[in-house]
Every structure is written in structure tokens, then in C-alpha cells.
Design a protein around this ligand. Sequence first.
Ligand code: NDP
Length: 480
Amino acid sequence: MLTIQNFINGDFVDPISDEWIDNYCPANGFVYGKIPDSNKNDVQNAYLAASKAFSTWSKTTLEERSNILLKISELLEANLEHFAKAESKDNGKPVKLAASIDIPRAASNFRFFAHAITQFSSESHDSIGFNATNYTLRQPLGVVGCISPWNLPLYLFTWKIAPAIAAGNCVVAKPSEITPVTAYLLGDICNAAGLPKGVLNIIHGKGESTGQAIIEHPEIKAISFTGGTSTGAHIARTAAPMFKKLSLELGGKNPNIIFADCDYDDMLNTTVRSSFSNQGQICLCGSRIYVEAKIYEQFKTDFIAKVKALKVGPPNLDDTDIGALVSKPHMEKVLQYINIAKQENGTVLCGGNQVKPENHEQGYYLEPTVIEVSSNLCRVNQEEIFGPVVTVMSFETETEALQLANAVKYGLSATLWTNNLKRCMRFSQELQTGIVWVNTWMIRDLRTPFGGAKASGVGREGGFEALRFFTEPKNVCIKY
Ligand code: NDP
């Protein structure tokens, strides 16, 4: 049994209440560890450690901070295999995915912000005629809260922590209770890299208690949150009246719009990835596929053949394409949506069933599922499923495609496949999303603004946007 502890002031400690939560392995459904069921007293201890560290950390030179972040990045890379196996065991994703995407990206997050902070600068404004000059200080906020979800555990956890500490803040952070292990392992790496005690504090526990204690803590100045839209709304209702800064990266229901003039093979291979990578549990997956009518039948035949060839199996096997879903309740939720689709006259073109690999019968496996729908208003086209399920439908005109793509409450990302430059420009202007990919999916340049429109969130992460979020601009006006 793996016992996870809170990381407070550089030490690993049990929860004050001595209460614990079981941690399940999605690949086989067994409990393999326990994690602290932390309460507000643990959060308070973390806050006190962070607050004490802030006066020193906020005054360290940029070079010192940058060097420590680079060291964390190097140590993550040096321990890549260990972290990838731990992430896979905790989340159910294939080890090869964790080793090629999750952990390298976690290392990149630290490396990127180690460099970005040394290039971060602020404006000055010469007030001509007043004999005055203004300049903008960008000061760290103090103690900030970072709360992340289970789908890309270390990847998204570090995407928040790295800019927060690079900008001189101290952090109280909570990973998802469903995937706590790599966040726990990060504590040791931070100590080994020489991160001063208290700069990063990691508290484990349930969203409704541990997370809640962070968002309502009167002295925590900002909350950077990634997770579901309803949790994001709850956080906004709690934290906004306390005037905390908020960055909310929320759910998605992303359209993948395919025109007949696209590069077909490239589109097909990428669409398999954008539909089912990480068991479809990426907020950026394209879960609504709209195909121009003249290639619709061909697309269905070719796409389904490729989807059927994906191998569902234990995440530790090299030939596994689709691992386990993250938890039993989540698998049941996805199965429920497949039933809803059938009740709403959707046609399951492939998949739709649970899979029970040998010796892993209690694991949370589902076949990759493609559902043909005739109405955009059906629930499977409007609600986020966040699993290995995509819908397909055809369209006749560009106007219709755009209308279908935008007719949901979410607005995270969209993918467009076309070789028509004018159409590409029109769609890029008109799509109501924070990200538009044209003839590709998931190329991520960490300098770009990342986030969603509509119910997919408020604020942007990435590059200087993240450093701006984690600093308070102060205008100084000097008359001479
Ligand atoms: P949740 O909203 O359930 O949880 C996210 C985090 O918030 C978890 O750490 C959770 O803790 C915590 N939490 C839950 N309730 C509270 C609360 N009252 N106060 C403070 N924290 C709380 O999301 P999931 O973990 O289920 O993640 C899936 C969702 O995340 C999907 O909707 C997906 O689209 C979205 N997402 C968005 C991304 C984006 O960039 N826009 C990227 C990735 C995912 P616990 O797990 O312990 O309950």
C-alpha cells in the first residue's frame, strides 16, 4: 500500500485528523494506496508555511528562481520512467502516453517558465506635457491556490505551479483526489532541486472539503483552477465576492469540422487521435465530428475501420492504445451517455461496450465509441461526456457547419480541416472558441494564450498571460 502524505513546509506529514481516502488503480479496480482526507486545519498549516516563505521567495533574484525551476525540470526528466509508470498506474492511461506526453510536458512547464520569467517585463508611459513618467510594477500576489483535475494530473498541476512560483508567489496546491500520486512525488523533486521550504505546499483530499478550504481561505489571493464547468461556477460564486483573482479553465464540447477539400489521410489519422487520446479524457478532444456530406459515407467507413483497430487493454502493455478510464463512477457516467444516445435515436456505429481484459476484469475499460446523430440538440452533442465517445453527423454548407459548431454552451477549442484559405480565415474569425486548430490538433506552443470562451472558462493561461495572472500590476507615476 502506498501512503501519500501532505507536503507542507518541505516536510511530508499525515493529515491532522488522521483520516484517509482509498486510492484505486483503474487498470484492475483494486485499492493500492491511501491519501490524506485533509481538512481546513491542514490547509491553514499549508497557508502559514507559504505565507512565511513569501517574504523571502518574492525577493529572490530571477536568476535564482529560474535556476531552481530548471533543476526541477531536469530532475523530472531524469526520473521520467518512474513518474510515467506512477501516472499510468494512478490514472489508467497507457504508460507510453505518460512517458511521451504527460511527464515530458510537466518538465517543459518548469523549463518554459524558468526562461519566461527572465524575459517578463512591464510597460512605461511617458506623460508628455505633465513632466511625469509612469511605469508598471508587476508584483507577486502572495499566497495563491492551484487546483487541478485528474485527466492530465502532473501536466496540469505543474502548468499552474510553475508560473505561480516563477512570478514570486508561494502556493497551496491540490491535485485531484483521484490522481494524487505524481503530485506527491513532486515534493521530493522540489526538495532535491533546492526549492525553499514553504514555497510549494501540496495538500491532498476531497474537492468539497480540502478544495473548498482553499477557495474560501480569506488570505489566499488567487485561485487558478482547471476542472468541470459546474465546479468552476461554484468556485466563482465563493471566491469572487472575496475579490480573489480567478483563472477558470473548464469543460469543452469541441467541434471537429471536416471539409471535402482537406488532406484526407492526415485528417483521418489526426481525427482518431483527437477523438480517443487519453481515452477521450482531454478537455481539447474533438468530440463532435461534422463532415461535409459529399465525403460523409467514405469518412464513416474509413474512420470506423481505424477506430476498431485501436487496442483497448492494460495501460502497462506496449501495444495498448486505449487504457482504463480514471474511475468506476466516471466509466458508469460514460456508459450512461451511450444509453442516452440510443434513447435519443442515435446509432452506435462502433463500440459502446465495457471491455474486460484478462486478469483485469475489474478495471474500467470501454470500447472507443462512435455514435451517429441526426440532431445537434441531442444531449450527447450538447453535454460534455469526457470519455472515448464521439458523435458524427453530416452538413451541406459552410454556414450550416459554422452554426452547428457554435451551437453549444461551451467554447474551448475547435478543429477545422480544409485547404480553402478564405474559408479557413472566415472560420477562424467566427468560431466561438478560445483555440482554433486548422489542419492539425494539439500542437501546443507554451507561449500562446490558452483557455476557453463561453462556459469553458474565464481568463487565459500560458506564456506571459500566466505571469500576468500571477502578478498584480501597480502603476507608479513620478513627476520630475
Ligand atoms: P472537477 O471539477 O470535479 O475537479 C477538478 C478539481 O477541483 C479537483 O481537484 C477536485 O477535487 C476539485 N474540486 C472539486 N470540488 C471543489 C470545490 N468545491 N472547491 C475546490 N475544489 C474543488 O473536474 P474533474 O477532476 O472531474 O476533471 C474533469 C473536468 O476538467 C472536465 O470537465 C474537463 O473538461 C475539465 N478540464 C478542463 C481543461 C481546460 O484546460 N479547460 C483541461 C482539463 C480538464 P477532487 O477531485 O478531489 O474532487
